[in-house]
Design a protein around this ligand. Structure first.
Ligand code: PLP
Length: 400
């Protein structure tokens, strides 16, 4: 039997590893189960999008036709208007935007369309990270290079530590800002110096910005690589592509909708790849996405609900844990008093609360693992359930 040898390099997905870890745990079923392990938004999707599903005549027409890989012009224009309003960047709807079926498939396929496959090709990525970056690099025949975030650096990535010989072999850099799981954003200065390095060493930047709309402080809204690139005069966004999603912004993880925006030459190549990959966004998904990108009121309401939750759980947790309020996203990245896997298993056993061990989201580098002794907590459930989970975490902390 033939098999792609790169498949053997893939590491099991964090959720699989978590299921395995918890398989043997004797869970306390006297209390209800609370899952804080997965970043799946639970707030209701916007009504304007749901209403579209009852427009049967429109649906019938859309379902009877093949959609185009490029997406309808109206959708691309709506995305451009959103980018203009949110990030003060003007893009050309014709060749600087591509609709994608969620950022997960896009971040993965982008690497397949761009990486050369030459033996020494490197892909720089955060650590801890969203594991798709690693799988995308490995399946494209490249090797991951981890740029870690440690507590000692306030969880900021240290790009300065990357040596020229590494940059020379780098073809692609994934960044995630605001980051899953640390909640940290890259500063404008960091983004600008990364763009300069991309020009100097001839690599591309895939900027995962899917959490940009979940922030707690309006005066510190997360920025986009496209804004920074514009400001520094990299007007065609050469080497930069930003990825956005409706999953977190609009509570539509099941819709599978997002977009890639930026460097038109990279997007041209990516578009060619996508025509063969066969991943055109379905017509009705395009229509629903257009409605979602054109409305901001539900996004404001969504943020309000996260803010209320964060204020509440932080007040509960702060005497028992060292809490860093995220700059964006809906996670807490919390230090644990014992090994993170042991902590997660015991928490499940005693309190029926599921969290993600940090070491499942990270890799060891230079004998250090930035995820050990950390957990990721996703505050996606309703307020009262989150408060209940926070109270159980406090109760659990008393045993240490
Ligand atoms: C950092 C990050 N990027 C991308 C995604 C993928 O989101 P989607 O494919 O729903 O747009 C996720 C989902 O959890 C994520 O955490």
């Amino acid at each position: 039997m033939y098999s792609n040898p790169n498949l053997d390099k893939l590491v099991s997905y964090p959720f699989e590893r978590l299921n395995k870890l918890l398989n043997t745990v004797n869970t306390n079923n006297n209390v209800n189960h609370i899952a804080l392990s997965i970043g799946e938004p639970k707030h209701a999707p916007p009504q304007i999008v749901l209403d579209f599903l009852s427009e049967h005549e429109k649906l019938k027409k859309l379902l009877s036709a093949y959609p185009s890989t490029k997406g309808g012009l109206e959708l691309r224009q709506a995305i451009c208007s959103w980018i203009q309003a949110r990030f003060a960047v003007t893009l050309d709807a014709e060749n600087e935007i591509l609709p994608v079926n969620g950022t997960r498939e896009a971040l993965f396929s982008f690497a397949q369309s761009l990486l050369s496959g030459r033996p020494k090709s490197l892909v720089v990525m955060p650590n801890p990270f969203y594991q798709i970056y690693e799988g995308a690099a490995l399946l494209a025949g490249a090797s991951p290079y981890y740029c870690s975030s440690y507590e000692t650096d306030d969880y900021q990535q240290d790009f300065d530590s990357i040596k020229p010989n590494i940059w020379k072999d780098t073809e692609l850099v994934y960044i995630c800002s605001p980051a899953n799981p640390t909640g940290k954003s890259l500063t404008d200065k960091e983004l600008a110096s990364l763009i300069e390095l991309a020009h100097q060493y001839d690599f591309y930047i895939a900027s995962d910005e899917c959490y940009s709309e979940i922030y707690l402080k309006t005066e510190k809204r997360p920025t986009s690589i496209l804004t920074v690139s514009d400001r520094m005069g990299n007007k065609n966004h050469e080497r930069c592509v930003a990825f956005h999603s409706l999953s977190k912004r609009s509570n539509l993880p099941g819709l599978r909708s997002g977009f890639a925006a930026g460097d038109k030459n990279l997007l041209e190549q990516y578009f060619l790849y996508r025509t063969y990959h066969g991943c055109a966004m379905a017509g009705h998904v395009q229509e629903m996405s257009l409605l979602a990108w054109s409305d901001e009121s539900h996004v404001i309401e969504n943020r309000k609900r996260y803010k209320e939750k964060f204020n509440s759980v932080e007040a509960i947790l702060s005497d028992s844990y060292s809490i860093n309020t995220p700059e964006g996203g809906f996670y807490h990245w919390i230090k644990t008093p014992i090994d993170d896997q042991e902590f997660s298993a015991l928490l499940m056993e005693e309190f029926n609360v599921k969290v993600m061990p940090g070491s499942f989201l990270s890799r060891e580098q230079s004998k250090k693992n930035p995820g050990s002794n950390h957990i990721r907590v996703a505050w996606v459930s309703e307020l009262t359930e989150c408060q209940e989970a926070a109270n159980r975490l406090v109760e659990f902390a008393k045993r240490f």
